[in-house]
Write a protein that binds this ligand. Structure first.
Ligand SMILES: NC(=O)c1ccc[n+]([C@@H]2O[C@H](COP(=O)([O-])OP(=O)(O)OC[C@H]3O[C@@H](n4cnc5c(N)ncnc54)[C@H](OP(=O)(O)O)[C@@H]3O)[C@@H](O)[C@H]2O)c1
Length: 437
């Protein structure tokens, strides 16, 4: 049998401790599958005394993950510290430079430094595997990088943040407010004490930036993503969406258009009958549209110790199965130097249907004025209805518009015009509608 694969794990929190546990519990299975033993030889975290729920006494302890990354007695450095700078970045870089394979679950690091790290990995002829960084346990990276060769991707989109999907699912099922749902999610451990990163779309954006690179062969451009979170989604939106045959999801969408690539994260209406609309709670999903395959949807657990460990262990096993001299596929599907510069499509040119909810003064002529602003901007309406919303007074009414395909620029101009006309009693709500099968 080949020599054992020696694994060093840096970070022994939710994911790191689960990875150590799975490697111990499934040791015999992994040996059979990989043709060699997979052994945790070294570990690193901040607190050497903390009980990790798994016996790590046989592994050598390092206070400094960078020193561990450079140590001669590991073949694979598994980074599960987190963060886009500091110990995570420095140790991954050190490991790659020292010629160690790296496995990471760190989307923030890859979104910011992924291409530079891929260049080092390619130069050193080692693997940089990151299946767990996008959608946790769902094997989307492997699917896109390996199983879809020859396909041209036209769009990739998904529910990439379990916290947001949990909140939106409960708001719809129980009719409770965003704030109430968020508090509950925090109590149950589904949301962080500071939830901004999740609910304002940053986490989704990091994951989307990686998918965009894989889908379109472009350099990662995480700072060029249009982003709106879910904190302003109200019961009025959710109920109106339901009445119109839609469900609201926070989607990350990357799409090839004539003017470049759109990358956007925002609350989105998807048809209630679509497959992605059936993805509830903390579950994640990724849909990929391609010319050969059509639309593929992968869904499953997007976070949590075990699900994430499953993806990390899969990446480690791939390294265990690889043989010296075997030419590995490039990190982002193409050699890093061949990744094209990302050409951003302006959000103003985004084309699609729109849901617009307006709270207006209840007076004659308002409907006609709204319809005129739409017509002036060449927006064709699928429907315009007065919609009863609880909490409305006699003096105000809710008007819901659904447009046929139009542009973001036209919608913004029309809504600005309606606002200037002085008919609104509240901020207008605009939610994009996404085509989904
Ligand atoms: N949790 C999930 O469901 C999930 C899902 C997908 C991806 N991920 C990603 O996986 C990574 C880890 O997440 P997590 O939830 O497991 O985080 P976590 O529970 O906060 O664990 C972080 C670990 O890193 C250690 N650490 C922090 N700074 C360190 C340093 N300077 N040197 C050495 N060790 C250090 C901590 O040590 P101490 O324990 O001693 O404090 C802790 O063990 C992140 O990149 C995250 O984005 C997580």
């Amino acid at each position: 049998m080949a020599e054992a694969l020696r694994v060093g794990i840096a970070g022994l929190g939710t994911v790191g401790a689960s990875v150590a546990r799975v490697l111990r519990d499934k040791a015999a299975e992994l040996t059979r599958q990989c043709g060699r033993d997979v052994i945790v030889t070294t570990v690193s975290a901040r607190d050497p005394k903390r009980d990790r729920g798994v016996d790590l006494s046989a592994a050598k302890w390092f206070d400094d993950p960078i020193k561990m990354a450079q140590a001669a007695d590991i073949d694979v450095f598994v980074e599960l510290i987190g963060g886009d700078e500091g110990a995570a970045r420095a140790s991954v870089k050190a490991a790659l430079e020292a010629g160690r394979h790296v496995v990471t679950a760190n989307k923030a690091l890859l979104a910011k430094h992924g291409v530079a790290l891929a260049e080092i990995a390619e130069k050193r002829g080692v693997l940089l595997n990151y299946e767990a960084a996008v959608a946790g346990g769902i094997p989307v990276i492997k699917t896109m990088r390996e199983a879809m060769a020859g396909n041209s991707v036209t769009r990739v989109f998904g529910i990439l943040n379990g916290t947001c999907n949990y909140i939106l699912t409960r708001m719809e099922a129980e009719g409770i407010s965003f704030d109430e749902c968020l508090k509950d999610a925090q109590r149950l451990g589904y949301a962080e004490a500071d939830p901004t990163f999740d609910i304002e779309g940053h986490d989704t954006a990091h994951k989307l930036s990686i998918l965009t690179s894989l889908a379109f062969g472009t350099r990662i451009a995480a700072n060029d993503i249009y982003m709106e979170g879910i904190s302003n989604i109200s019961q009025a939106d959710i109920r109106a969406a339901g009445d119109l045959g839609y469900r609201i999801k926070l989607l990350g969408v990357a799409q090839r258009t004539d003017s470049g690539i759109e990358q956007r994260v925002h609350p989105t209406m998807v048809p209630t009958a679509s497959v992605i609309a059936q993805v509830h709670g903390v579950t994640n999903a990724v849909a990929i549209d391609t010319d050969i395959l059509g639309e593929l949807l992968l869904s499953g657990p997007g976070a949590g110790g075990n699900a994430t460990a499953s993806a990390v262990v899969g990446d480690i096993a791939d390294i265990a199965k690889s043989r010296p001299g075997f030419q590995h596929g490039p990190v982002f599907g193409l050699p890093a130097k061949e990744l094209r510069p990302y050409k951003k499509a302006q959000m103003r040119s985004h084309a699609g249907g729109y849901f617009i909810r307006l709270t207006v003064h209840d007076r004659i002529g308002v409907f006609a004025a709204i319809a005129k602003r739409m017509a002036d901007n060449d927006i064709s309406l699928e429907s315009i209805v007065q919609h009863a919303v609880s909490g409305e007074t006699d003096a105000q009414k809710t008007v819901i518009l659904v447009t046929h395909e139009t542009t973001e620029a036209a919608v913004r101009k029309a809504v600005d015009g309606i606002t200037k006309d002085g008919h609104l009693t509240d901020k207008p709500q605009v939610i994009r509608i996404e085509r989904a099968g």
